[in-house]
Design a protein around this ligand. Structure first.
Ligand SMILES: Cc1cc2nc3c(=O)[nH]c(=O)nc-3n(C[C@H](O)[C@H](O)[C@H](O)COP(=O)(O)OP(=O)(O)OC[C@H]3O[C@@H](n4cnc5c(N)ncnc54)[C@H](O)[C@@H]3O)c2cc1C
Length: 269
């Protein structure tokens, strides 16, 4: 079968055990490589797309709508910078690996946030057959809604504070200090996109050889999960599904546009 070129070799140099890794050739020519979020951005540049509008706006071009449900991705800001991020951490269409339902994974990881990615990479490096399932964006809170964007934003705040208090340090600033909020937010999103390759679908599936599924995992037994209608069995599992913002029960809140860490970093003005 190898001679007939059903498989393509993967670069396994990064692994201590140096094992040769292979992937079905059919997965090399997935829609992922022909359709991209950047193509969607040509039509929707700068638009915030809430979940309810995703089906109408790009339901035909992406499988994101069918593989998740409302609360997992409350909205997406479609612009060129975010499309770099999305193309890395949630390709517009994703072909799941083939499974026959019989062969077990040594390690199943649910959740592609900081915890899940480290577990998947570590298990793969130790020679395990690994399955990783993520229903929203690889990188989870830390890359998308947490550590990275908040610290990038706070860095700008620190600069403003330093400028405003510069006189106390013996530094005279001549002229007005102006804060350009859209530029601060764009810088933050650019930083997020620039480092997103570390957590990307490409890196984990093709470079590391982890079997990556994008969708919502459901346990169906002690050693079984269902993902996108497929049955998967495993020996050990790591549930790294993180947390979500708690929405307080405040009267009228649901009728207005409110912000949590899931959408505040999409602000542009
Ligand atoms: C604003 C903010 C700032 C922060 N700043 C810092 C900081 O400076 N330093 C720091 O150390 N920490 C910080 N944190 C906390 C840090 O982001 C979290 O501790 C960390 O992201 C948790 O990682 P995790 O892998 O456990 O979960 P997550 O990152 O939440 O990942 C869980 C993943 O599981 C997926 N998932 C859930 N259920 C399923 C399912 N059934 N099927 C498939 N996938 C599923 C989710 O989509 C998600 O991507 C911050 C958090 C926030 C919100």
């Amino acid at each position: 079968m190898f001679a007939e070129k059903y498989f393509v070799g993967l670069n396994a140099d990064a692994f201590v055990n140096g094992a040769e890794l292979y992937r079905f050739k059919q997965h090399e020519t997935s829609n992922t490589e022909t359709e991209t979020w950047h193509k969607v951005a040509k039509d929707l540049d700068g638009q915030q797309v809430p979940y309810a509008e995703m089906k109408a706006k790009y339901g035909e071009r992406s499988d994101i709508f069918g593989k998740t449900d409302g609360m997992h991705i409350p909205e997406m800001l479609i612009d060129e910078v975010n499309c770099d991020l999305y193309d890395a951490v949630r390709p517009i269409k994703w072909v799941d690996p083939e499974v026959d339902g019989q062969e077990k994974y040594d390690m199943l990881v649910i959740g592609g946030g900081a915890g899940g990615l480290v577990t998947a990479a570590g298990s793969k490096g130790a020679g395990a057959r690994v399955c990783l399932i993520e229903r929203a964006f690889l990188g989870g809170d830390c890359l998308n809604n947490g550590c990275v964007p908040s610290k990038a934003f706070l860095r700008s705040c620190n600069v403003v504070h330093s400028a405003k208090t510069a006189a106390g340090f013996g530094v005279e600033i001549l002229g007005e200090i102006r804060v350009d909020f859209p530029a601060i937010m764009k810088r933050m999103r650019q930083i997020r996109a620039d480092i997103s390759d570390n957590d990307s679908a490409q890196r984990f599936s093709k470079n590391m050889g982890v079997d990556l599924y994008l969708g919502h995992a459901k346990f169906t037994g002690d050693h079984n999960v269902e993902i996108n209608g497929k049955a998967i069995s495993f020996t050990k599992a790591c549930v790294a599904t993180g947390g979500r913002p708690n929405i307080p029960d405040i009267e009228g809140l649901k009728e207005i546009k409110y912000f949590t860490s899931d959408n505040i970093f999409n602000l542009t003005e």
